[in-house]
Design a protein around this ligand. Structure first.
Ligand SMILES: [Zn+2]
Length: 275
């Protein structure tokens, strides 16, 4: 070695204040020169160095955000919320594909039967099923996270439900566009969908994530069957899709949301007992 690093430069290097190109030559020299490394070890505050290593470790261990997560973060969603959303199975391609398939089948049935009744009956079940499916260890990779999560159980539930609702309602909306002949009447599924999902969530606090959606879905089907039986003429609408039925749906949705807010603390207990 014909030269050594200036002691001030070594101190600057230790504090991370050295800038290129001096930084590069210091790096190269330190790699080859034990004497300057000894000076560096003396100059370096051991605490700062450890902290630096920890930062580097954390940086290397941190998973790269996926496409969806990065997109959500760019849209201004907080990073931990974006991770939860991206890990929600409803937003995964396989789940979306099966929902799209189901919708296409429904639209096909509707066109062949020349009546939107079946679509209107099935459409509100999709967000309900989506919310129900976003629970349980078999379907949900975030299940462990939900169980141990420090995030308030109710907040977690709302984040996921919102994700599921947006995906489900968006897809349902697209299917509605496939029924242009029926105009706004084809949107009659929207309020029942909100009512069913909110009612199911409110009941989940008491009945658990399996029984509640099954019960609500069953009640909806029973209602449709009895409405079909009570229908006066072949051309008249089923009761839930008339103006009065829509009003009842809106009232049920509002009531269920209120109830959900009242029982919100139960979801923390529910998360703990789910282990
Ligand atoms: Zn040296």
């Amino acid at each position: 070695m014909t030269w050594h690093l200036d002691e001030d430069d070594v101190r600057a290097y230790a504090q991370g204040e050295l800038t290129p190109p001096l930084l590069w030559s210091a790096d190269t020299h330190l790699a080859a020169c034990a004497a300057c490394r000894a000076v560096l070890a003396e100059a370096a505050d051991p605490g700062a160095l450890d902290a630096g290593w920890e930062r580097l470790d954390a940086e290397l261990d941190a998973p790269r955000p996926g496409f969806l997560e990065a997109l959500l973060m760019r849209l201004g969603v907080a990073d931990h919320t974006a991770r939860l959303l991206a890990a929600t199975p409803v937003l995964r391609r396989s789940w979306l594909a099966s929902v799209v398939l189901l919708l296409l089948t429904t639209v096909g049935v509707v066109y062949s039967a020349d009546s939107p009744t079946l679509f209107l009956a099935l459409a509100p079940m999709l967000p309900l099923a989506g919310v129900a499916l976003s629970y349980g260890p078999a379907l949900d990779p975030t299940y462990e996270m939900a169980v141990v999560s420090p995030v308030h159980g109710f907040r977690l539930l709302m984040i996921r439900t919102l994700a599921v609702l947006v995906a489900g309602l968006g897809l349902n909306g697209l299917a509605t566009l496939a029924l242009p002949a029926y105009g706004l009447r084809a949107l009659a599924w929207l309020l029942p969908a909100l009512a069913l999902t909110a009612a199911s969530l409110a009941l989940t606090a008491r009945l658990g994530p399996v029984l509640a959606p099954l019960l609500v879905g069953g009640a909806w089907l029973a209602l449709l069957v009895s409405a079909e039986a009570a229908k006066s003429g072949t051309d008249s609408q089923l009761a839930p899709f008339t103006a009065a039925g829509q009003g009842v749906s809106a009232a049920v949705a509002a009531l269920a949301v209120g109830l959900l807010f009242l029982v919100r603390d139960r979801f923390d207990v529910f998360h703990r007992s789910a282990v």
